[in-house]
Design a protein around this ligand. Sequence first.
Ligand SMILES: [Zn+2]
Length: 388
Amino acid sequence: MADQAVPVKCLVWDLDNTLWRGTLLEGDDVRLSDAVREVIVMLDSRGILQSVASKNDHDPAWRKLERLGVAEYFLLPEIGWGPKSESVRRIADELRFAHTAVAFVDDQPAERAEVAFHLPEVRCYSHEQVLGLPGLPEFTPATVTEDSRQRRRMYQANFRRTAEQSAFTGPDEDFLRSLELVMRISGAGADDLARVEELTLRTSQMNATGVHYSDTVLRELCADPAHDVLVISMADRFGPHGAVGVLLLARNAGFWHLKLLATSCRVVSFGAGAVILNWLIDQAFEAGVHLVADFRQTERNRMMEIAYRFAGFATDPCACTSAYGIPPDPDVQRLHLVPDHRNAPSTMRLVSEGLPTSWTPRPRHSRRVSERRDEEDHVVTSTPTDTL
Ligand SMILES: [Zn+2]
């Protein structure tokens, strides 16, 4: 079963007689078959990263990959004369992947044995298996989202961004501005739900409630006219950051209820949480409603609490929610804010699109739906897991 195999997140290729036919150093005119090229492109489109561990002189081997038109598919290539187990280990470390998520393919049994001995969790395949790899369950992810399709480009953009940042000598704010960041806030479509679910699973530091919303619950909420599920994505001049946040909002008469805000740790340094909150506060101000936000302290989401407090949320009671009932989870604090006008962010361009047409207070009868939904939401509460 595909969903039982531990997915491979990075495949490390040998070159001579594995990726291409022939041995470069022996002067062969090495050939890349169309079938192998298709495997590379297919794995890439599934969001599986690829790298190289080859015993060759670096420059001619890399030039050959460029000439064959596939160099762009390989991150962090290790082309040199050290043991391949060290190459594979460096690649895994650099990507911060567990060895169980890494695979290695090589035609030489001795190389596979050397990697298997030092890195027993890395899965090794022979060159004869190359064309069959896309058919294996471990190379077949259950869902392929827009972010998986652009995963390699996101990594490449991040490498370039990080390199430039470490070379940048001015103030952080100036670097931030130089990125030409764009944040996009839009209603979540069917294709976004898997990304949103993944975000609520993986964003423990910046998750306001520590609640994990399953794909099924999110699908129901998207279909429920009383709820808005918004997905936040970012990009800059280096490339896409992908989906970086999710916002779950229930609209009630007189107040909007922010049930969840979760953002990726990758964009904490951009102040993404504050930008989203200020945008929402301004939207609520325009609509003439108060804002109520659920917050549940977890061991890791102190930064999100600071973002809420800094935006002006407080625990003072207000008449707007008096008929609304208390949170079903006693650990959930209900924060409140009377919105005022907020300026657009100075460090990025904000684009909101595809929002629900009716951003006005909803009639009273929708309130009952929201209360019932509240209880269901908290059934799927889970403890915060990993960070992105
Ligand atoms: Zn109020």
